[in-house]
Structures are given as structure tokens and as C-alpha cells.
Design a protein around this ligand. Structure first.
Ligand code: KG4
Length: 343
């Protein structure tokens, strides 16, 4: 293995429907290229087989672009970090196979990454060498994405403890499935966010789950939203069209209330005031402004990621690879991806 002063990590992310490659040098981002797949738009969700085919088409151009943008050559790369899971198996196989081939051809080590850890460590991606905005340990991270809703105590870069999680759907799924009920295209989260800005968040009331401890549940909300819409459409077939903004604002408020109730409880129980949020749903403007309000009220040190680092991206995989590289946590060529993985 080459001995290098600089740690240059090539990150690969292919867990769902975004093919991404990024280069980080000593934790500073040099490039982060994302090819989002449009092929799923007509199907109301991600079609796994189409996703893996699109990853196969995208992976080489995306990696090539990331290396060019970073203005480095392959000899400069210290290690390749790739998402091992959780995610769609066919999609993960493309990134994993690419990483194996690249590592073998270049004679560099491979680092396997848990996608969820990547979302949390997105807060450590630097844009300049002297940037010092990362959360201090220990901190609480609310991880809210399309597949997960968790509250995590982050003790150091690679030591995390999940203290609460969804027992059924994730917050992102609640956004996407309720959007589908209203006839909005996939992914519905960003559209609900946009429409909610024009609506009244207290126009409609939706039930909140009663779940013990710090766990979440969103499937009941989805079902009650479905029945609510069905009953109102029976009376007025244009109900959704007439009330779209208010429906979005009220639904969004309910999801945010559910997320915040448990996060506030977690902060109180653990006495941790350093709070971070990450994952695709952390792009939600309502959630961001509510978090700012709570942070002011409760004297939290709040960390909200840049929009580019909220949804799936390879920079978060590369930064996790950076910390695993420092610890010498490499993997072998016989590694296989996992559809299910815990933090
Ligand atoms: O983190 P992510 O890109 O993928 C996973 O790892 O799951 O998250 C995708 C999820 C989708 O459910 C999408 O609707 C949601 O994040 N999302 C949003 C917003 N932007 C993305 N949800 C609410 N408001 C947004 N602005």
C-alpha cells in the first residue's frame, strides 16, 4: 500500500436511485457528482430493476466526472469508499462491484460504508480546510430519510447508538405516500414542502401515534390521511384540488410535530443540547424553521446540513471512508452488499 501524507478518498453511493461519486482530500470536498434517475417518475416510486440498470449506465461517467472535477489523478487516491447497505440490493451491487474493480486495478484499499452512518457524518464534510462547524461529541442526530427515522447518540465519528426509531414507515415515506394519495408525483416530499408554504397548517387535524419511548410510527398517519381524503372526496370530488395547499401544510405540520415531540424528549432524557438533523427529509423547510425555533427556545446548538448533503450523495460516503481509513478499517475483495444494515 502507498504511504501518503494526504488522505484522498473516492466515495461511491448507489443505494437507491442516485448514482454519485465524490472526492475528498483530508475531509475537504473537491467534487460531488450526482446523477439522479428520472426513469422512475412514471411509476410513482423507485423500480428496483430500472434503478440498477441506470446505475450501470451512470457509474463510469459519474466517477470520471468526479475525478476530473477534483483535478486529481487515480494515483492520488488513498482508498475507495462505497455504500455496502442498507438499500436496494441490485443498486448496491453496482457500486460494490465497481469499487472492487477499481480497488483491484489501482492497488488501493476498499472501505465499506453504512449509508446511515454516512448521512450522520455528512455534518463533517468540509468545504474549506479551516472550516470548524461540525457538531461536538456527543450529539443527538435526528436522521430522517425515505427509509429511516431514527434518533441517534453520536459518541464519536464511528460510535453511534440508536435510541429511537420507526416501528413501521419512515418520515420520508409518510410524505411520499400521502403525496401519492393526493395524486402528486414521486418523490412527494419536496412538492408537499413547496405547496405547504401557501397553506394553513391548522386547517385540518390528523391523528398522531401514541408510541412508547423514543420510537416513531407513521403508518397510522398515512391510513388516517387516506380515509380522510376518501370520505371528503365522496362528498366533493374536487376536495383535493380545492384544498391542496391546506392539506399539505396540515400534513407537514403533523409529521414535524411527531418528529419534534420525540427529539425534544430525547434531548431532555440524555441532557444533550448539541442537536443535528440529516437525511432527505432534513431538506424540508418547515422542519428546518421549526428546529430553529426549538433551538432558540431550548438553547440547543443546532446543526442543519447544506441542501446538497441532505439527500443521497457520495461526499457523505467519502467522509465516513476518511474516518474509517484513519482507523485502518478496510475490507476484502470478497465483500458483499447488504439490503438491510443497522447503525
Ligand atoms: O435521504 P434520501 O435522499 O434517501 C434515503 O436514503 O432514503 O431521502 C429521500 C426522502 C424522500 O422520501 C423524499 O420525499 C424526502 O427525502 N424529501 C423531502 C424533502 N426533500 C426530500 N421530504 C420533505 N421535504 C423535502 N423538502
Amino acid at each position: 500500500m502507498k504511504i501518503q501524507e494526504d488522505i484522498v478518498i473516492l466515495g461511491i453511493e448507489s443505494s437507491c436511485d442516485d448514482t454519485s461519486a465524490a472526492v475528498l482530500k483530508n475531509g475537504v470536498i473537491l467534487s460531488n457528482v450526482i446523477a439522479s434517475q428520472q426513469v422512475h417518475k412514471d411509476y410513482g416510486g423507485v423500480v428496483p430493476e430500472l434503478a440498477s440498470r441506470a446505475h450501470q449506465q451512470n457509474i463510469i461517467p459519474v466517477v470520471d466526472q468526479a475525478i476530473r472535477k477534483a483535478n486529481i489523478s487515480t494515483e492520488d487516491i488513498s482508498a475507495i469508499a462505497f455504500t455496502r447497505g442498507p438499500g436496494l440490493l441490485g443498486s448496491l451491487l453496482v457500486g460494490t462491484s465497481f469499487a472492487k474493480g477499481f480497488a483491484l486495478a489501482s492497488g488501493i484499499p476498499m472501505v465499506e460504508i453504512n449509508h446511515l452512518q454516512g448521512h450522520v457524518l455528512a455534518h463533517f464534510i468540509k468545504e474549506t480546510e479551516d472550516q470548524d462547524t461540525a457538531p461536538k461529541f456527543p450529539f443527538l442526530c435526528l436522521l430522517v430519510s425515505g427509509g429511516n427515522s431514527q434518533i441517534i447518540i453520536v459518541k464519536d465519528h464511528l460510535t453511534m447508538e440508536v435510541i429511537g426509531q420507526t416501528i413501521d414507515d419512515a418520515a420520508g415515506e409518510a410524505f411520499d405516500k400521502c403525496a401519492k394519495i393526493m395524486g402528486l408525483p414521486y418523490p412527494g416530499g419536496p412538492l408537499i414542502d413547496k405547496l405547504a408554504k401557501e397553506g394553513n397548517p391548522t386547517a385540518f387535524k390528523f391523528s398522531k401515534p401514541r408510541i412508547a419511548n423514543l420510537d416513531y410510527s407513521f403508518s397510522g398517519l398515512k391510513t388516517s390521511f387516506l380515509y380522510f381524503i376518501r370520505d371528503h372526496i365522496a362528498v366533493d370530488k374536487d376536495f383535493i384540488e380545492k384544498n391542496k395547499a391546506d392539506l399539505c401544510a396540515s400534513l407537514q405540520k403533523t409529521i414535524i410535530d411527531i418528529l419534534l415531540d420525540k427529539l425534544i424528549l430525547a434531548a431532555r432524557q440524555t441532557k444533550i443540547n448539541e442537536i443535528a438533523v440529516s437525511g432527505g427529509v432534513s431538506a424540508n423547510s418547515g422542519l428546518r424553521s421549526r428546529l430553529q425555533d426549538e433551538a432558540k427556545k431550548r438553547k440547543w446548538q443546532l446543526h442543519v446540513p447544506k441542501f446538497a448533503f441532505t439527500t443521497d450523495n457520495a461526499a457523505m460516503i467519502a467522509i465516513t471512508g476518511h474516518y474509517k481509513y484513519i482507523k485502518g478499517e478496510f475490507c476484502e475483495q470478497n465483500i458483499t452488499p447488504y439490503a438491510r444494515m443497522m447503525i
